[in-house]
Ligand binder design. Structure first.
Ligand code: F6R
Length: 366
């Protein structure tokens, strides 16, 4: 059932070319320039006229929400907030009728997310579910939705569900933006093309597996790690750190790269691995100077970069090179080396990566 892999987590990481393909299939037509999503199409007025979108989720799904915030604001010009379901449900948030809630959940059974949705619903918000498990509670209580179609995720650490969430959220943003006219046709067609090529590029990224296993050997005894990214890759840094914590029990923190000098830089010494998510994008020059700041303090720089980035290659101790793509699409590729790194460190240390201590696959308690 693990299909020859040692763990479900590794199998699920390797399934991503197929799961992303399945997620796009029948929806995205990059040649015709169409995105077919019935749940979005039927509610397109509600979505294009939204004055505000609130993403509600927990954990890895919350990270997908953070990335979607940047994508939706860039493409749709709608203000977006991202909330932890567990905070949203207990505070007294301002919700107006007509606000759109995008609830993101792999399992569709996370207790806090369910209650947060119910609360928003009572205030007249429109609930759009982005859920993996068909027929789950969140799928049922949402007004409309789009499934991620990643198939069952058995490993406790979420991997393929995350990239499928990004694919679905990107398609929803593109569809709204196209309908609203906040994206020009050239950029729209270009992004559809880039999205279409993601499964092939993910296959390329997965070829790094053996070399990342080597990095895992090298860094497995680290006590702490820092993960830094900017822009679309900021939440990828958070997700990379979460994966490492869960699977390898190494303390890790994710931060926006520029925020590091407001505190975390105090941790940097010659022992500390600092993982930069630094693919070629509009933030590149800025992140290069952040790398310099870490190097000046003798931190050990490991970087996820785009192929052919000789600037960062010459600065980092170790690099994971991935194919170039649009910055909006990049997280779907840049997260994969970080999933592999966490997996191999956990596996090399002999941990039960599919069932990390203290964690459950879906958190149905409060
Ligand atoms: C991390 C992880 C958790 C879940 C979180 C939300 O690898 O799996 O952080 O992402 O518990 O779960 P869902 O998406 O099922 O609502």
């Amino acid at each position: 059932e693990k299909g020859g892999y040692d763990h479900f987590m590794l199998k699920e990481i390797f399934e991503q070319p197929d799961t992303i393909f399945d997620c796009l299939r029948g929806r995205l037509d990059a040649t015709k320039g169409t995105i077919r999503m019935a749940g979005i199409q039927q509610n397109i007025q509600q979505l294009t006229q939204a004055k505000r979108i609130i993403m509600i989720a927990c954990g890895t799904s919350w990270h997908a929400g953070l990335i979607a915030e940047y994508i939706f604001e860039e493409l749709c010009r709608i203000p977006v907030e991202v909330e932890y379901a567990s905070e949203f449900r207990y505070r007294n948030p301002v919700i107006h009728p007509g606000d759109v809630i995008i609830a993101i959940s792999q399992s569709g059974e996370t207790a806090d997310t369910i209650v947060a949705i119910e609360k928003a619903k009572e205030s007249g918000a429109f609930i759009l579910g982005v859920v993996n498990v068909v027929g789950s509670s969140i799928a049922r209580i949402s007004h409309a939705g789009a499934y991620t179609h990643a198939g069952p995720e058995i490993g406790v650490a979420s991997t393929k569900a995350f990239t499928a969430q990004l694919a679905v959220l990107t398609m929803i943003a593109l569809k709204i933006a196209h309908e609203k006219g906040t994206i020009d046709t050239t950029r729209y067609m270009q992004l559809l093309g880039e999205l279409h090529s993601v499964p092939e590029k993910v296959k390329e990224v997965l070829k790094l597996s053996e070399s990342i296993r080597g990095l895992a050997q090298k860094y497995k005894d680290a006590k702490d790690a820092l993960y830094l990214g900017r822009g679309y890759n900021f939440a990828v840094a958070l997700e990379g750190a979460l994966k490492l914590k869960e699977i390898s029990y190494i303390h890790a923190e994710g931060y926006p790269a520029a925020e590091m000098k407001h505190g975390p830089i105090a941790l940097v010494d010659e022992q500390l691995p600092v993982v930069f998510v630094a693919t070629k994008d509009s933030y590149h020059e800025k992140i290069v100077s952040n790398i310099q700041e870490i190097k000046a303090r003798k931190g050990r720089v490991i970087a996820v970069i785009s192929h052919g980035d000789s600037i960062i290659e010459n600065m980092a101790e170790d690099c994971m090179r991935i194919p170039e793509t649009d910055e909006i699409i990049a997280p779907m590729l840049s997260v994969i080396p970080l999933q592999l790194l966490a997996y191999y460190i956990g596996a090399v240390k002999g941990y039960d990566v599919d069932k990390p201590r203290n964690l459950a696959k879906s958190v149905t308690v409060e």
